[in-house]
Design a protein around this ligand. Structure first.
Ligand code: PEP
Length: 251
């Protein structure tokens, strides 16, 4: 059985003060919610302080990005060593905003996945097609390429530790969610790809999150699908009560 994992990606929102207020409230709201792994991904500046508030809460901490190197002359970058030290268990890699706005490539995603795994940080690897690609019928070819290049040269054991987030770009921040059927179609395809390339055992272990305008009123329908193992939530994770409702989708 795969434990569902629901992660809130705050993007470039919240000062440290706001992050601490949110976390204090959120940990109270979700303290009785069991059977779902809860993750929050504040901006870099708030990670350390937030990590102090998450001790013994069962809520995990994620970074939204990282550099592939341990240290060096990379002005403005943050390394996996730094993230590990402050208690990040997860890191989002290859979010579509990073791919579109900062030129991240599948090859770069691959290097970052390896770096995160080397430091025992679990990567949440984002993949997904744009609207133009979907309309041209290129969704599955793109997913193939992103998986093939993103996971290149990783051992089965390494891949088994990764979380995959399927995030159709046309559904991110647009209010236009994929229907549970549309999402499940691609999730099942990803699961099948993993089976064909890594075997049934590994494929059955890997959690595949859906991301794209997830809200309290659509999470249950998505989570009812057999290959949807969680959600990566942007906008709707910014309000603690809203995100707590998403995490508590079973209640
Ligand atoms: C995201 O940024 O990963 C995301 C899914 O955003 P939103 O929930 O706002 O669509």
């Amino acid at each position: 059985m795969r434990t569902p994992i629901i992660a809130g990606n705050w993007k470039m929102f919240k000062t440290v003060t706001e992050a601490l207020e949110y976390t204090t409230r959120f940990r109270e709201l979700v303290k009785n919610i069991q059977g779902v792994e809860k993750v929050i991904a504040p901006p870099f500046t708030a990670l350390h302080m937030v990590s102090q508030l998450l001790i013994e809460t069962g809520i995990s901490l994620a970074a939204q990005n990282m550099n592939e190197f341990d240290n060096g002359a990379y002005t403005g970058e943050i390394s996996p060593v730094m993230l590990k030290e402050i208690g990040c268990q997860y890191v989002i890699i290859g979010h579509s905003e990073r791919r579109a706005l900062y030129g991240e490539t599948d090859e770069g995603v691959n290097r970052k996945l390896k770096a995160a795994l080397k430091h025992q940080i679990t990567p949440i690897m984002c993949i997904g097609e744009s609207l133009a690609q979907r309309e041209k019928g290129e969704t599955f070819t793109l997913i193939d390429t992103q998986l093939k290049k993103g996971l290149a040269d990783l051992t089965k054991e390494q891949v088994s530790k990764i979380v995959i987030a399927y995030e159709p770009v046309w559904a991110i921040g647009t209010g236009r969610t994929a229907t549970p059927e549309q999402a499940e179609e691609v999730h099942a395809y990803i699961r099948q790809w993993l089976k064909a390339n890594l075997g049934n055992e590994i494929a059955d272990l890997i959690r595949i999150q859906y991301g794209g305008s997830v809200k309290p009123d659509n999470i249950a329908g998505l989570m009812a699908k057999p290959n949807i193992d969680g959600a990566l939530v942007g906008g709707a994770s910014l309000d603690a009560a809203n995100f707590a409702r998403i995490v508590g989708f079973r209640q």
